[in-house]
Design a protein around this ligand. Sequence first.
Ligand code: GLN
Length: 206
Amino acid sequence: LLGEKEFHGLALQVTPDVLVPRPDTETLVDWALDLLPADSTAAVLDLGTGSGAVALALARRRPGLRITAVDASEAALAVARRNGERLGLPVRWLASDWFGALAGERYGLIVGNPPYIADGDPHLAALSHEPLRALTSGADGLSDIRRIAAGAQAHLDPGGWLLLEHGHEQAEAVRGLLGAAGLADACTRADLAGRPRCSGARRPPA
Ligand code: GLN
């Protein structure tokens, strides 16, 4: 049950312990790359790294970054760590329920592809080979994004951005949550199919 999946130019190994990287998530990586100069040495956090896809794609394209990637699943982290070792890309892998293990840490950029499907969504039947905890997030699919938005400000440098993938009907709600959490300049980017797929906002500059 080991497969290989191409993501943003990387060959990643996946198991049933992780979400299979989707082309849509390359939108998140491309947005992050647009914010990071080629020689950036910023501290970057990947929330819910799964296979390590987003963290490793950023590590490959921006070798100076200091990347921390967290997941609440130890089994997922083992997959991510193996991918990092195989590809020779340095990432600090850490078990953490969102910001839970990151007290006092600040980042220049935070990215994440959290679960965002509503519990019981009929679409889940087609995704039964992937871990449910990587897919579903409460009655409206926004429970985890709500928690991440609420915790982000304390873990961002002034001016630092939080970028999140979400469902294509959630953009307005996510921008609202980011704004309610005190973040500024909320905006949305479309995926390859033109659907609103990622929203971000930043901690107001000092
Ligand atoms: N985009 C995935 C799907 O619908 C869900 C990924 C996620 O929940 N982060 O199939």
